[in-house]
Design a protein around this ligand. Sequence first.
Ligand code: NCN
Ligand code: DMD
Length: 341
Amino acid sequence: MIQNSTTTTLNEQLQQKIDLKTKPLGALGLLEKLAFQIGMVQQSLTPQLINPTILLFAGDHGVAKAGVSAYPPEVTFQMVMNIVQGGAAVTVFCKQNKLDFLTIDAGVNYDFGIVDGLIDNKINFGTKNFIVEKAMTRNELDLCLEKSAQVVNQVADNDCNVIGFGEMGIGNTSSASMIMHHITKIPLKDCIGRGTGLDEEQLNKKIELLSEANEFHGALNDPMEILQTYGGFEVAQICGAMVAAYKNRMLILVDGFIATSAFLVAQALYPEIKDYAVFCHNSNEIGHQKMLNYLEVKPLLNLEMRVGEGTGCALAYPILENAVAFLNEMASFESAGVSNK
Ligand SMILES: O=C(O)c1ccc[n+]([C@@H]2O[C@H](COP(=O)([O-])O)[C@@H](O)[C@H]2O)c1
Ligand SMILES: Cc1cc2nc[nH]c2cc1C
């Protein structure tokens, strides 16, 4: 931790430390920007990544029953069982990259009872169908933000300083598209994609249904009202978790289309949160690139994935480890006796 030095000085010291490593100036590209960002978040010239953790929030969506997904709503609870048993993509990647992982029931339409590795943060058994009413009450939204912040605060108490967020919820690309449209003002049609794999006809039906919802609720500008109207319980809990991570000065790993929609709301509430966020992967879901353009950020990976769960965070994490390693371990021109220009 740097003490008695201004932010400007740390800025300059970090950039100088990066520039004096034994490589042509700027030659480590985005890795240099990442190392700089991590140093600034931790206010340190020698940052460390401690107890990296991925939280997966799961929730069901009333709108899923209207036929906006290629898969039936019961896949949400079935996948939660698969996730806690370690059989999902994200759990495999977390194990591979030695990341801590927790699953959170934010509002799945199933009574799990007590399950090892599953945190009960259930607000209700799924949201309401936002085509005809608000997805949740204001009280439910407040509970989402409060309960997810509690989980993040506990993880932070365990010294974790880098945290990623994933989700599971059949129908949640619909939720994310509506949030995206209202925050970014990009035309609704350009925010809607195939999710779990809709065909042309099914996609047109999804566009029709979401346009109907848009007409019913009208123009919205308040980020909290947008989240209450269209959010899933898992999307709202991710938003609350991201804000809590920011308040704990943790590095925030942002996953795909749905996680980024939660980030859009968090950023509308706390614009400085962007300094703490690393965008891990560009999802194949059509609207994601447009969200990233709106935020003016560049993702670390583009693996053409569209599975969410926090997979992008888990796969990008080793890149963060390498950014920190070069900053801490690479020789400088002076220490290695290499001529600088
Ligand atoms: O994160 C993404 O970029 C992403 C893109 C498309 C689909 N998904 C996953 O697929 C589910 C939502 O798709 P859908 O078609 O049911 O709205 C949900 O469980 C997400 O985790 C995730
Ligand atoms: C099988 C399956 C796994 C998922 N993981 C995240 N979203 C998903 C959606 C489906 C359908």
